[in-house]
Design a protein. Sequence first.
Length: 203
Amino acid sequence: MNINNGPETGAEKIPQWNLDQLYTLGSPELDADLKKLDEQAQNFARWRENLREAARSVEQFTALVAELEEITRLGTRLSAFAALAFAQNTQDQQALAFMARVDEKMADLGNEVLFFEIWWKELDESQADPLMAALPDYAYWLRRTRSFRPHTLAEAEEKVLNLKNITGHDAIIALYDSLTNRYRFKTDFLKDGAGRELTRDEL
């Protein structure tokens, strides 16, 4: 991620992010990866009918986990770009709309692949332990996922919680950031900058 100099304010310049190494809002590459994420999720959903085979076969389970990793990798990249684009300018309506779109897509994606997490938590230890031993690079994540079993609801209820976050917790945080980043603070207490106004982050 590069940093370019932004518009001058007095004798100083405000640095601005350049996110071109990730994506550009509205670019064909961004739209293509959003579509690719949907396709990956649809393909992964086919595993729901093959979980018994995955539980009995290290090869099948490895393929399942590898697919989920690719989905997570791409989804994280898209989510990170959306958050950075919004943080770059919280008054940019295009960035705000895109972040809301990605948040909704990630909630839907989470619900599409949720069946794996539910199944893995409920899998008998006699089946889960050999699979974790066969995938040492993923063992910590697999073990940690299973540790949340006592706190996991049925799949239908977990899906409701995922969707609720879009218009609840996440929406409130985005609104808070959008409002508070408009604030300007006078710096009369600074010896070398009396009368200057700073943003929250500059302060």
